[in-house]
Design a protein. Structure first.
Length: 608
């Protein structure tokens, strides 16, 4: 669900602009319509400064996280700290660039080892010509150097690196190379020096960890100043700038308190309801349980103000689909325990995510027992594991193909239900936010989908319970086609609308099969997880049969195999339900999205 908003427009004199802006910041409820074209030197300077501090914070956290026990620096002005941190980071990058150049020199120098180039220079000063060359071993041995002095410096399997000395120009057909002046030893010493310098700089950066609270507080302070400057720039001038107006949005529930305050301040204002096309902010307002799933809704994007919030339905379907994909009671229990551990440790600052993980883990544990029956890849109907045999009686969704509610069919049923819910949501949106006439085509789609599924189950699958009232399913199908043909786009003339309606019908009929079959992935991922767990168990048990050391290796293999399978299964269980939600469900719900989050103009608290 979403919070209802109203629009407030204030009229003020130019001289009241600063005072009114401060007042609105103090009230802290108005989502101001920011002028996106407004720019000023103040805004640009604040954004640059914020960017520099964010970069400094990122650098400090990078190095402070991997180094503990280093004394921290805490006393220094913020700007000085930022400049020092950025300068230190610049030195690291410069040293890295120097190391790359050293590596190139090393690669050029390695074949020549520690050949002293100063001796070659002394020979050159005495009128001798010296060339350093590379040739294949075969060519070098076959060439007649005559009176030329030649000396191999390095010989590899295929090449020879050698020097040639002569009185004048040396006419040899070999490639002449330029060797770095520094010796290999000197290059290695320079590289080690740069490495040591970088390590010292990194420790120095880690010592700035004590500045993080102050830097983060400064970021909040800049954001407050930036919001104030943007609010100041969002006033619209009237009557040659004497009168100015400012518009924003506020939650409807706060209207009475806001009006009382505005009247107390004797301000001129107008309040109105949103009109179609208004860019109204969105504030999700769900129950405590559904609120846990709002991060999943935001992964795609927020619904806009003129459509229903899908979060409550996501809160119903996502845990079921996640559990269906993971499909193992043992893995579900592990997921629950990891989330519980996160509640008290690594997720203590975001406990809603930890609680969401615990819910997903519990639902998976239950699903793993009632669907196929699997605990760490061990079937609960296995005769080899007495420990789990008692759990076999809880299996309600078996893999038996002769049973209508088997694991494969239930996955499709979940898809059918979610698709129907999506169509109902689209109908609701048309009725509520547009016009009932525009909902007719969606009702037609509902009739078509219902009729096609009914015909498939009754006539093709020969389900006796659905074979009655055959004329009714045909009426559903025909009436749905008529509704889509003549009401899919009310802006077109009737003949054009009927002709262009063929395309929507084509997408509906072809989309039904594709959308429903997409939910087979729920079954497939669950089977893959269970089968891989079973294979890990079989291999591990075979290893453990050999000897005492085989038992140790077998246990290690079981732990590694199940950990790997668990991680892969969890990743798939996160991603594929999201895909089914954001593609199949959102497509049938005609989800538009594009909502912008409600951000009231207020000062963020600064905590040191």
């Amino acid at each position: 669900m979403k919070t209802s908003f109203k629009k407030l427009t204030l009229l003020v004199f130019h001289r009241q602009k600063l005072q009114i802006t401060k007042m609105l910041q103090k009230i802290g409820v108005l989502h101001i319509e920011i002028n996106k074209d407004f720019r000023s030197e103040t805004v640009d300077a604040l954004e640059r400064n914020k960017g520099k501090i964010l970069k400094a914070v990122e650098i400090i956290e990078t190095y402070a996280g991997s180094r503990t026990g280093i004394p921290t620096i805490t006393e220094a002005p913020v700007q000085e700290t930022v400049d020092q941190v950025l300068n230190l980071r610049y030195r690291i990058e410069a040293n890295i660039l120097q190391k790359e150049n050293l590596l190139k020199e090393k690669l050029q120098r390695i074949p020549w080892d520690d050949l002293d180039l100063s001796k070659i220079q002394r020979l050159t000063q005495r009128g001798l010509q010296v060339k350093l060359c590379i040739a294949s071993k075969k060519e070098y041995e076959a060439f007649d150097f005559g009176t030329l002095i030649h000396q191999a410096v390095q010989t590899t399997a295929n090449q020879v690196y050698f020097a040639v000395i002569g009185q004048a120009d040396i006419p040899i057909p070999f490639e002449s190379v330029k060797v770095p002046e520094r010796t290999l030893t000197e290059l290695l010493e320079a590289e080690e020096s740069l490495q040591n310098e970088n390590e010292n700089i990194q420790e120095e950066l880690a010592a700035y960890a004590g500045h993080l609270p102050k830097l983060k507080a400064e970021i909040i302070n800049i954001e407050n100043e930036l919001a104030f400057a943007l609010a100041q720039g969002s006033y619209q001038a009237h009557h040659q700038g004497v009168i100015m107006s400012l518009s924003g949005w506020f939650p409807e529930a706060m209207e009475n308190d806001l009006i009382t305050y505005l009247k107390t301040e004797k301000l001129t204002y107008a309040i109105e309801r949103p009109r179609p096309g208004d860019d109204v902010p969105v504030k999700l307002q769900n129950s405590k349980y559904s609120k846990l799933f709002e991060p999943i809704t935001k992964v795609f994007e927020l619904p806009n103000y003129y459509e229903w919030d899908p979060t409550p339905l996501i809160a119903v379907f996502y845990p079921i689909m996640f559990a269906y994909c993971l499909g193992d009671a043992g893995y579900g229990l592990i997921f629950f325990l990891v989330s519980l551990l996160g509640w008290f440790s690594f997720l203590k600052n975001t406990r809603s995510l930890a609680f969401l993980g615990m819910i997903l883990g519990l639902v998976t544990t239950v699903m793993g027992l009632i669907k196929s029956g699997s605990v760490f890849g061990i079937p609960t109907n296995s005769q080899d594991w007495e420990l789990f045999q008692g759990l076999g009686k809880y299996v309600l969704i078996p893999d038996d193909r002769d049973f209508i509610f088997n694991a494969f069919n239930v996955a499709l049923m979940i898809g059918v239900v979610q698709i129907f819910m999506g169509i109902f949501v689209s109908i609701y949106n048309k009725f509520t936010y547009e016009h009932w006439i525009k909902a007719i085509s969606q009702i037609g789609k509902l009739f078509i989908v219902s009729g096609v599924i009914w015909i498939f189950l009754a006539d093709m699958q020969e389900m006796a319970a659905l074979q009655q009232f055959g004329y009714l399913r045909q009426i559903l199908l025909v009436s749905g086609v008529v509704m889509v043909l003549f009401f899919h786009d009310m802006e077109q003339a009737m003949p054009v609308r009927a002709a262009s309606g063929i395309l929507p019908l084509f997408f509906i009929f072809t989309g039904i099969l594709g959308d429903i079959l997409s939910y087979v992935r729920l079954f497939a991922l669950g089977v893959a997880s269970s089968v891989l767990g079973l294979v890990v168990n079989q291999i591990g048990m075979q290893i453990m049969e050999n000897s005492w050391w085989g038992a140790i290796i077998g246990v290690i293999f079981l732990l590694f195999g199940h950990t790997l399978n668990f991680c892969i299964a969890v990743l798939g269980s996160f991603v594929h339900p999201l895909r089914l939600t954001f593609v199949e469900f959102y497509n049938n719900a005609q989800f538009k999205g594009g909502g912008k989050e409600y951000r009231p103009f207020r000062k963020q608290p600064i905590e040191l």
